[in-house]
Design a protein around this ligand. Structure first.
Ligand SMILES: Cc1cc2nc3c(=O)[nH]c(=O)nc-3n(C[C@H](O)[C@H](O)[C@H](O)COP(=O)(O)OP(=O)(O)OC[C@H]3O[C@@H](n4cnc5c(N)ncnc54)[C@H](O)[C@@H]3O)c2cc1C
Ligand code: FES
Length: 320
């Protein structure tokens, strides 16, 4: 057992319990989402006591040095005094526009009102004025001048409902991050690239593809985007235009059921491996639904792709 000091009060932390779980159990409101150390929503700052290294994994060095840590991943050995993350870890931003690009996917464009350095394909934590914090992958390039996100609107989801019913162009939000290593690495411009994802897993892949092509990547770039049905596919025109402009870029749409022009039918791994049975020497990016990401990572590896060449971001749902 230990204690967590927060805003002038002392809370008991049970053995093995994270700082986040202890505070939530005691009725303290702390923003959080994945509870798995990946979304960044629960970041806090230690003002006394020692934070285990694991609780700072993936944070910027400057933040680590100032005591920031992920409270869901923090099970300290002793007592800890903590404070909420300060405003300087967040960049204020405004909603530029909101566009429904399919029945349940909203393209959200934000303009940052401060410095926010990112690579297309990384993810950020979006915070509303009401304190809802969720992670989203970045589909735009820094030179676009806006930060573009693709959000799947879930019935009853807190961020989803805010975007669907309340958010308007001009609204103020904040972004935190970026994080993640799912982005284009210049270096070997001849290496073939494979990108695969379903639903809004397209967001980071769209950014990475554009980054690679703009950087002069010469090897083949193959993007596989999947959905349950044709209506779930989106940005089809943009992707077709990109393919028409770049000889080395191919866009393949796949659905599990139904049919449509230029659409493959079948499981994503089968569609990929039918076209590229041997993936030796390829670099891969897989994003989106966690079970699909896990399955694809395994299939790509078994088909010859080196594990070090597989970059993945699983869109972990919020913990119960
Ligand atoms: C690294 C990372 C990157 C992400 N990138 C994106 C992205 O680019 N685009 C995107 O749309 N999402 C992305 N997500 C997921 C996103 O952060 C939110 O979890 C999602 O938008 C739901 O938020 P919400 O507030 O609308 O719903 P919540 O209020 O959090 O949840 C509402 C209900 O829906 C359920 N639920 C939540 N997510 C799912 C799901 N995936 N499948 C089934 N049920 C679910 C919850 O359990 C809950 O019952 C990412 C997550 C991570 C960790
Ligand atoms: S990183 Fe802690 S809730 Fe997501």
């Amino acid at each position: 057992m230990g204690f967590v000091d927060f805003e002038g009060r002392r809370y008991e932390r049970r053995d093995g319990e994270s700082v986040l779980d202890a505070l939530l159990r005691c009725g303290v409101e702390v923003s959080h989402s994945c509870k798995a150390g990946s979304c960044g929503a629960c970041m806090m700052r230690a003002t006394g006591g020692a934070v285990p290294e694991k609780a700072q994994a993936g944070l910027k060095d400057t933040w680590k040095a100032r005591g920031y840590f992920l409270s869901c991943a923090c099970t300290p050995d002793g007592d800890l005094a903590v404070a909420t993350a300060e405003a300087d870890t967040q960049t204020p931003a405004r909603v530029v526009d909101l566009e429904l690009v399919s029945g349940d996917v909203m393209r959200v464009r934000l303009r940052c009102e401060g410095e926010f350095d990112f690579r297309a394909g990384q993810y950020l934590t979006l915070r509303t004025a009401a304190g809802v914090a969720r992670s989203y992958s970045i589909a735009s390039l820094p030179e676009d001048g806006v930060v573009e996100l693709h959000v799947r609107l879930l019935a009853g989801g807190r961020m989803s409902e805010w975007l669907r019913s309340e958010a308007r162009a001009g609204d103020g939000v904040a972004v935190q991050g970026p994080a993640g290593d799912c982005f284009y690495l210049p270096g070997d411009v001849e290496q073939p690239l494979l990108l695969a994802g379903t639903g809004t897993g397209l967001a980071p892949l769209y950014g990475i593809v554009r980054d690679a092509l703009r950087s002069g990547h010469r090897g083949p770039v193959r993007l596989f985007h999947g959905a349950l049905r044709v209506e779930g596919l989106y940005l089809r025109e943009e992707l077709r235009r990109l393919a028409a402009l770049h000889e080395n870029f191919e866009y393949v749409a796949a659905v599990l059921a139904g049919e449509g022009p230029d659409v493959e039918v079948g499981e994503m791994d089968g569609v990929i491996l039918r076209r590229i049975p041997d993936l030796k020497g390829w670099r891969g990016y897989v994003c989106g639904d966690p079970p699909l990401v896990q399955k694809l990572k395994k299939k790509l590896f078994l088909s010859g792709m080196a594990m070090r060449d597989i970059h993945a971001d699983a869109f972990l749902p919020p913990a119960a």
